[in-house]
Ligand binder design. Structure first.
Ligand code: FAD
Length: 379
């Protein structure tokens, strides 16, 4: 008999399964609708033997010592630091837009003047969301903000989300910063890297415990129900805890309608050369339907005579047809989420955690931290 049933074998579900089984000696059942573990961080070798990320490029980075040390029990690391170039008027320049980028796109005198103003008014080694930069009273900085907004942000955002930046929550638009620094790494977190043998290998190690039973290719609805009193059942009965990491609207059969997501489509190309790009990610804010091209070998450190790249096309999410990737965080959608959250709070034995269950953009480290927090609460 199981003590806990976990729905979803992504980061959130796997961390809880591992902790409950190894630390509390609980018998845990993990139910996953896909034919593999790992959720959206799943990786695999393609037909040419190149390691790719099936659901889009995943770069691990965190400031949390606790999260880094926790995952380090299950993997060694390839110490990768992400660098991104973006195309502006045919030229490839580093982003986040930083002091080096300014040197590359503006004439020398103008670049120096803008750099000085940025540093004296806003400081050094600070990230400023471009929407905030626009609000400064200085003409040069306004010009710079408008330049970044028009050349990088606007079209990328329109492509990525299918709606204008002003309709999105600032937590999303704030993700596109201007960085007042010469450090052109995409992330500045203390801990950065990818699992040395891939995410899936790390996940396998997490599940490698006799107390954990895995049920793939199974939707929770096939084996579970919710009773009238708000108790979630496995078969006829179930006395233990349920941890739910799937979509919160799906849990309640879309009673209040669907929570909208943005989806993505990936097109892969493999070439008979070691590398195609100088960096792992090349963004195309303007001029193409795709937003970015990822060359996986830069990220994974894999040695191979061929290389595989993925072009990423944002598209509308249609339930049953493609994958829900990014929650579309608008006021209206947050209100709908709150209605579902109320229903979830009334369930007697169910705990919700993860990006789908909380309708939230979570980086991998944040979802690990959230799962560890829930574990500490449960134990
Ligand atoms: P998921 O990984 O989605 O896992 C949920 C699991 O539940 C899935 O396996 C799903 O199949 C299963 N499930 C759902 N419904 C049911 C059901 N009815 N029955 C049974 N099972 C069900 N984060 C970073 O830190 N760095 C990055 O570079 C990065 N890149 C990203 C790129 C893209 C394109 C996307 C979309 C996300 C990226 N992320 C990145 C975020 C990262 O993917 C998430 O933080 C992480 O996957 C969340 O884990 P989770 O367990 O909450 O959700």
């Amino acid at each position: 008999m199981f003590n806990t049933i976990i729905i979803g074998a992504g980061y959130a579900g796997l961390v809880l399964a591992e902790r409950l089984a190894s630390q509390q000696n609980q018998k845990v059942l993990v139910i996953e609708q896909r034919q593999h573990i790992g959720g959206n961080a799943y990786d695999r070798f393609d037909e040419y033997g190149v390691l790719i990320h099936e659901y889009g490029p995943h770069i691990f980075h965190t400031r949390s010592k606790e999260v880094w040390h926790y995952l380090s029990q299950f993997t060694e690391w390839y110490y990768y630091e992400h660098r991104v170039l973006t195309k502006i008027d045919g030229k490839e320049v580093p982003i986040p837009f930083n002091l080096n980028t300014i040197n590359e796109v503006f004439p020398k005198e103008m670049a120096e003047r803008i750099q000085q103003k940025l540093v004296s008014l806003l400081g050094y080694n600070v990230r400023v969301p471009i929407l905030k930069l626009r609000e400064q009273g200085d003409e040069d900085l306004k010009f710079l903000a408008d330049y970044v907004y028009d050349k990088i942000f606007l079209n990328y955002t329109l492509k990525q989300w299918g709606i204008g930046p002003e309709e999105l929550d600032p937590t999303v638009t704030g993700r596109v910063p201007l960085y007042i620094s010469r450090d052109d790494r995409y992330f500045q977190d203390k801990y950065q890297g990818l699992p040395k043998f891939g995410y899936t290998e790390m996940f396998k190690k997490m599940l490698d415990h006799p107390n954990i039973h895995l049920m793939l290719n199974t939707k929770f609805q096939d084996v579970m129900t919710i009773s009238e009193s708000g108790h979630m059942l496995f078969g006829q009965t179930f006395e233990g805890h349920i941890i739910y990491t799937g979509s919160i609207d799906e849990l309640f059969d879309y009673t209040y309608g669907e929570l909208p997501y943005r989806s993505l489509r990936f097109e892969y190309d493999t070439f008979n050369v070691e590398y195609k790009q100088t960096v792992g990610q090349l963004n195309s804010p303007n001029g193409y339907d795709f937003t970015r091209i990822t060359e996986f070998k830069h990220l994974t450190g894999q040695m191979h005579s061929k290389t595989t790249l993925a072009r990423e096309y944002p598209e509308e999410y249609v339930r049953g047809e493609n994958t829900p990737y990014y929650p579309i965080i608008t006021e209206e959608n947050q209100e709908k989420y709150k209605q579902y959250k109320k229903l979830a709070d009334s369930l007697t034995n169910v705990h919700l955690v993860g990006r789908l269950a909380e309708y939230k953009y979570y980086d991998m480290d944040a979802v690990v931290a959230a799962a560890l927090k829930l574990y500490n609460k449960l134990k």
